[in-house]
Every structure is written in C-alpha cells, then in structure tokens.
Design a protein around this ligand. Structure first.
Ligand SMILES: NC(=O)c1ccc[n+]([C@@H]2O[C@H](COP(=O)([O-])OP(=O)(O)OC[C@H]3O[C@@H](n4cnc5c(N)ncnc54)[C@H](OP(=O)(O)O)[C@@H]3O)[C@@H](O)[C@H]2O)c1
Length: 313
C-alpha cells in the first residue's frame, strides 16, 4: 500500500472532524449573484489563500472586484483569469503596512469607482514564535500590528465616510478564533494584532450602524493555506480549505450576519470568563511540551527582518 493510500482514512476522518468543529456554508449561485452583481467589492489579501478564493467567487458572480495585495504580477495574472469568468476586475498593488501606500489607494479609487459597496478585510500576517525567541525581534510586533491592525484601520478611515454618507455599506472582517478564545502560547504578536482590529471594528460598527453600514466578523479556525503551512503539526489538524473559507466570506456578504464562528466559541468564551485558571494550566503545559517550528527558530537568529516574510502561522 502506498503512503498516500494508507493516509486516506486519516484524511477522511480529518474532513469529518473539520465539518464538526468549523463553521460552514455557501450561498447558492443565484443568491450570491443577486447580492453582488454590479456591486464594487474590495478584497484585501486577494493574491492568494482565502482572499484569492473569495475574489474568484465574487468575480464569477458578476461583482466588480478590486484586488488589493503587494504582489503586482500575481494580481495581474488573477485579473486575466477572473475576467474570463465574466467579472470586472481592477488591481491595486498596495502594501498595507505602509501608510503612504494606503493614501495612494484611497486617492486612486474615486478615479474608477463612485463608491465601494463591500470591503473584505482579509490581508493578514501571521507569526508563531515563543516570547523567548522574540526578545530581539520587536519588528515582529511592528509587522503584525502594521498589516493586521494599523493598515486596515487606515483603510477604514478612508472608506467609511463615503459609506456612511451614502447610508449603505458592508465590511466583512476575516478574523481568527484566536481572538475569542483565551490567548495561546507563541501567538502573542498575531493574536494581539488581530484582537486590536476586532475591537476597533466592533466599536466603530456601533457608530456606523446608525448610518446603514453593517459589519460581519468571521472567526476562523485553521485554514490550510500558505499562512498555516510553515507549522508542520497543522497538516494533521482538521481545517478548512481556502475555498471553503471563501464560501464563508460570500455567505457573510449575502446574509450580512454580525458573526460567523464555530458553534463552540461562545461556550469557550463563557468558560474563560468564569475562570482563567484551567486554561492557563493547559496553555502552560502545552507551551512546555511543544516547540517553535524550525522556521520560527531559524528566523530568530540575528537575521534581518526582510530575509523572511512568512515564519509560521
Ligand atoms: N490560515 C489560517 O489558518 C487562518 C486562520 C484564521 C484566520 N486567518 C486569517 O485569514 C486571512 C487570510 O489568511 P490566508 O490563510 O489566506 O493567508 P495567506 O495565504 O498568507 O494570504 C495572505 C494575503 O495577505 C496579503 N498580504 C500580506 N501582507 C500584506 C501587506 N503588507 N499588504 C497587503 N497585503 C498583504 C498577501 O498578499 P501579498 O503577499 O501579495 O501582499 C496575501 O494575499 C488573514 O487575515 C488571517 O489572519 C487565517
């Protein structure tokens, strides 16, 4: 028996478990088309992973999709592919960690679009590294806060005024379950930055709702994308594919729920609110028994930040 055939039962079990613990759902083609045809939808982090899958589905349903990410050539390739699906596509190479880059985007948007109907805030930077390997890596915290918090905040400050003035707009935030469950070891930089934007958006939502702007937060567990690939153990953890996560983004655009989340998230939040101690004991034990990934450890040697872009998830 080949190794891949021997792993088939494991893969099947992982798929079943993934369905049991992760949110799922996909709007019908008809409903998605009704919701987005002719609408302007801006997707950040559209060059790969969840953003790419979401943008593809939206373009196929007739949306005018604005692809935002750093990789100019990749965005141009995707534009050619999506145009064949019948979608209208514009590309905006932007580095969300550079405030000037977002200013340039905000200045260019009105040249081609009267307004933006939907923003999918999806671009993200993940770092999984122990705090002891981070002592000389303040830039890890600057990079995650830049892409996961400050960049998206600046984008919202640029686009919210026109949405509120029109009395219509929808923001879909692709977040992580890590912001709803107690903090896990090695995720200090990532979870803090994702939590910061989650709180910003929920606070802003309370104000913007009166002007017809709605917000949907999607709290995802593991997604098997380039982001999670550097952590070998994640290969065996049940998770969604980027395509399934893209379906949830489409569902959020169609149904406009305030939250899409695993069914167990509320119970965990409640348990953690009642007592932190059991979680702290479990997290401490896990921290002692587990290791940084090789890539996270290697990057913590004194190498300049630019040498590594993705160090773990
Ligand atoms: N994968 C998971 O397990 C998981 C779980 C929960 C939540 N999430 C969230 O889901 C979202 C998408 O994750 P993914 O798994 O699809 O990740 P991914 O495959 O690594 O894609 C990340 C995207 O963000 C873009 N990006 C990164 N830095 C950027 C920057 N400075 N400026 C502009 N764009 C930037 C990347 O494009 P360029 O490199 O071309 O700029 C890429 O398109 C993230 O917000 C992540 O936090 C992921």
């Amino acid at each position: 028996m080949t190794e891949s055939r021997a792993l088939l039962p494991l893969a099947a079990a992982s798929r079943i478990l993934s369905r049991a613990i992760n949110p799922s759902g996909r709007p019908s083609e008809r409903r998605l088309r009704q919701a987005v045809e002719g609408k302007v939808v801006l997707v950040t982090g559209a060059s790969r992973g969840i953003g790419e899958a979401s943008a593809r589905k939206l373009a196929a349903a007739g949306a005018c999709v604005l692809l935002v990410a750093r990789s100019r050539e990749r965005l141009d390739d995707l534009k050619a592919q999506y145009s064949e699906l019948g979608g209208t596509v514009h590309t905006y190479p932007v580095d969300l960690s550079e405030p000037e880059s977002i200013d340039a985007l905000a200045a260019r948007l009105p040249e081609h679009h009267e307004h933006v109907d939907v923003i999918v805030n999806n671009a993200g930077k993940s770092i999984r590294r122990s705090i002891e390997r981070s002592y000389r890596r303040f830039h890890d915290f600057e990079r995650t806060i830049g892409v996961n918090y400050l960049g998206p905040v600046k984008l919202m400050l640029a686009l919210l005024p026109s949405m509120r003035a029109r009395g219509d707009g929808h923001i879909v935030n692709v977040s992580t379950i890590g912001v709803r469950v107690p903090p896990a070891p090695r995720w200090a930089a990532y979870q803090a930055s994702k939590s910061a934007f989650d709180v910003f958006l929920r606070s802003a939502a309370a104000e913007a709702a009166a002007d017809g702007v709605t917000i949907s937060s999607i709290y995802l567990g593991l997604v098997h994308s380039e982001m999670s690939a550097p952590t070998p153990i994640f290969r065996y953890v049940p998770g969604l594919t980027p395509d399934q996560a893209g379906d949830l983004v489409c569902k959020a655009i169609v149904d406009r729920p305030s939250v899409i989340s695993p069914w167990w998230a509320g119970a965990v939040e409640l348990g953690a609110a009642v007592s932190r101690r059991p979680w702290e004991l479990a997290a401490g034990l896990y921290s002692r028994l587990s290791e940084d990934t090789e890539s996270a450890a290697a990057a913590s040697e004194d190498r300049p930040a630019e040498e590594r872009v993705t160090e773990g998830s």
